[in-house]
Write a protein that binds this ligand. Structure first.
Ligand code: FES
Length: 180
């Protein structure tokens, strides 16, 4: 019972992070667009296939920028608002690409209690992006994650495969500096 309640709190923390359209310039290739249009042609007359097309588009591009949402909307005969609404509602869809360095801050209970929100806030302040976003130069992306099983090191963040624990807000600048 307690475990479920704790899990729900973590989910709520993640859910409060709103997705925003990426400011990273779109770099889709003609090959990617041809693949997406082939998927649309195959599925456009299949009822209820919009989400599947969006999933396949995300596999092709890695995320769903507005340009891709527009191609999907036009091809599937629905409004861009509808595609955008689905993309923002379901956690599985990303509106920003992954950065060269992917920063992930644990918002699981142990880390949250030890101040991981301050850590994520400081990263946002330094990089100018929120969770789920990527810096315009494509260098860093930031996300919040659930427990990564290193609670003894709380609060924890990872940059790619590197793990940093027992963090204070003051550590953030030093860590980011290493990847600039
Ligand atoms: S809660 Fe952060 S590693 Fe477990």
């Amino acid at each position: 019972m307690t475990i479920t309640a704790v899990g729900c709190q973590a989910n709520e923390r993640m859910d409060t992070m709103k997705k925003r359209i990426s400011t990273v310039p779109f770099k889709g290739t003609p090959e990617q667009e041809a693949k997406l249009r082939a998927v649309i042609d195959e599925k456009k007359n299949v009822e209820g296939s919009l989400m599947q097309v969006m999933q396949e588009a995300q596999e092709i591009y890695g995320y769903l920028p507005l340009e891709v949402q527009t191609i999907i909307a036009q091809g599937m005969g629905v409004s861009v608002e509808k595609v955008y609404g689905i993309a923002t509602f379901y956690a599985q869809f990303a509106l920003s690409p992954k950065g060269e360095h992917q920063i992930s801050v644990c918002l699981g209970t142990a880390c949250y209690v030890k101040g991981s929100q301050d850590i994520i806030d400081r990263i946002s302040e330094v990089l100018g992006i929120g969770a789920g976003e990527c810096t315009p130069d494509g260098k860093f992306s930031l996300e919040a994650c659930r427990c990564i099983g290193a609670c003894g090191l709380a609060p924890v963040l990872t940059v790619g495969d590197d793990v940093y624990g027992r963090l204070t807000k003051a550590d953030v600048d030093t860590i980011l500096e290493k990847y600039k």
